[in-house]
Design a protein around this ligand. Structure first.
Ligand SMILES: [Zn+2]
Ligand SMILES: [Zn+2]
Length: 262
């Protein structure tokens, strides 16, 4: 099944007949779909529908029992350009005593430097402060991640995912444990990135309400208990002419203007 709308764009994610079983139980049965460049896919399903498992397979944390995943056209086993993918995991199991600072958490998003502590180059430091600045959390750089509110933590993990300036952003239940107002500003930011920063999104959620306004009332297709919602970032007849060049730094200005608007 191709749920992508724009054939002029390449496949960013291809999921081909993927199944996954855990302790003899089928968590995912024979699912196929593709995500095209500049699509925003909402993967909605109840708890236990296999959403998080699907994401973990796509980011290579789990191996499918059968079937194949390709990222940017390459089989996942050969894929190396992990810097193109930003992943924001579910944040609700974070230990409040976890000793890393905000800055260390964000720096750990640098590909090839998947460690929480250590020395970083000047260039890494600049990338880190750009990402913190874009999310408006630069003042928190020295704080422990566990001390922050849910909304602040979410911004920090988003900054971590953005530090490599990814083409694909994957979000797992981004609104769990976040108050309504923070959710709203978070979505404002995400939508802006989708429209203007040449980013492709895959978001998993059990919560329909927040996504319907942007992705439409009805799923485009279903597979098992998973429903797919989709929106391309612009009219598909305009695909070729799209020329978008907002830098990460632009996000901050965008957020400020939203605050003033409220
Ligand atoms: Zn397009
Ligand atoms: Zn922008």
């Amino acid at each position: 099944m191709s749920i992508g709308t724009a054939d002029c764009h390449r496949d960013i994610i291809t999921v081909d007949s993927v199944s996954f079983s855990y302790q003899q139980r089928n968590v995912i049965s024979n699912i196929s779909f593709s995500v095209k460049e500049r699509d925003f896919i909402g993967l909605i399903g109840t708890n236990g529908a296999g959403k998080t498992t699907m994401l973990r397979i796509i980011v290579g944390l789990l191996k499918p029992t059968t079937g194949e995943v390709r990222l940017f056209g390459e089989p996942i086993s050969q894929f190396k350009a992990w810097n193109k993918i930003g992943y924001v995991p579910q944040k609700n199991n974070l230990n409040p005593l976890f000793p890393a600072t905000v800055k260390e958490v964000v720096l750990s998003g640098l590909v090839g430097k998947r460690k929480w502590f250590g020395r970083h180059s000047r260039e890494d430091e600049i990338k880190c402060s750009d990402a913190l600045m874009a999310m408006g959390v630069e003042d928190l750089a020295g704080k422990r991640i566990g001390e922050l509110s849910g909304g602040q933590q979410q911004r920090v993990f988003l900054a971590r995912a953005l530090i490599n300036n990814p083409s694909l952003l994957i979000l797992d239940e981004p609104t769990v444990g976040i108050d309504y107002e923070t959710q709203e500003s978070f979505f404002h930011m995400i939508k802006h990135m989708h429209q203007h920063h040449n980013m492709t999104f895959l978001m998993v959620s059990h919560d329909m309400e927040m996504i319907k306004g942007y992705l439409g009332e009805e799923p485009v297709s279903s597979a098992g208990k998973l429903n797919f919602y989709i929106r391309h970032s612009h009219e598909t007849q305009d695909c070729v002419e799209q020329n978008l060049a907002h830098s990460l730094k632009h996000l901050r200005a965008q957020m400020e203007s939203q605050k003033e608007g409220n």
